[in-house]
Ligand binder design. Structure first.
Ligand code: RTP
Ligand code: MG
Length: 135
């Protein structure tokens, strides 16, 4: 299978908890290579544009407020089957429902503060990588 790229964010809760290294290590030890990485404090506009698909959802305001509450790490991960593999390593959106050994089970506290984001399809990966890193 060909190499694939996906977009990942280590969210403000995980950065504040000092577990950037532990999360990056999960990627690295499971065959994902970090090929772009930057710490960034998202503006309101950055977060609203990034999550535009959720604009009409009731949690949109809270999501944008949370994502701009502190610095994040934006990164591009590369590996075989990177999009699905990253979603598997992350675990379910709600950490209470996330499988044992997943990043969200181990480092997240709530559905809002859930430690990481990962692209959910090839189309989102392409859009999200371009959004933060250009083509
Ligand atoms: P993400 O986009 O952050 O990787 O997470 P996801 O695909 O697992 O979840 P998604 O449905 O795309 O939702 C994006 C983020 O919005 C927050 N959320 N809150 N209160 C709620 O019901 C709710 N649902 C989603 C989560 O922080 C989720 O990661
Ligand atoms: Mg999503």
């Amino acid at each position: 299978m060909a190499l694939e790229r996906t977009f990942s964010i280590i969210k403000p809760d995980a950065v504040a908890k000092n577990v950037i290294g532990k999360i990056a290590s999960r990627f690295e030890s499971n065959g994902l290579k970090i090929v772009e990485m930057q710490m960034k404090h998202l503006t309101q506009e950055d977060a609203e544009g990034f999550y535009a698909e959720h604009k009409e959802r009731p949690f949109f305001g809270d999501l944008v407020a949370f994502m701009t509450s502190g610095p994040v790490i934006v990164q591009v991960l590369e590996g075989e089957n990177a999009i699905a593999l990253n979603r598997e390593l992350m675990g379910a959106t709600n950490p209470q429902e996330a499988a044992e050994g997943t990043i969200r089970r181990d480092f997240a506290q709530s559905i809002d503060a859930n430690a990481v984001h990962g692209s959910d399809s090839p189309a989102s990966a392409e859009r999200e990588i371009a959004y933060f890193f250009g083509k």
